[in-house]
Design a protein around this ligand. Structure first.
Ligand SMILES: [Zn+2]
Length: 62
């Protein structure tokens, strides 16, 4: 059980090594947001939803 999930902000992709990160839940999926991007959830929520809908299920396969 050494699997480690690095939490990165969905928006700026910083990790909790750099900035405090909060785990939210949206549509039964985790939504990870750093403290700097939290205002987006409040003031730019429609933009955030659009971004989330363009994302796959949280994994990036490039
Ligand atoms: Zn962020």
């Amino acid at each position: 059980m050494t699997q480690k999930t690095v939490q990165t902000c969905f928006n700026c992709e910083r990790t909790d090594d750099e900035i405090p990160i909060v785990m939210w839940s949206f549509q039964q999926r985790p939504l990870t947001v750093c403290s700097a991007c939290m205002p987006l959830l409040i003031h730019k929520w429609e933009q955030v939803v659009t971004t989330l809908n363009q994302m796959p299920t949280g994994e990036t396969n490039e």
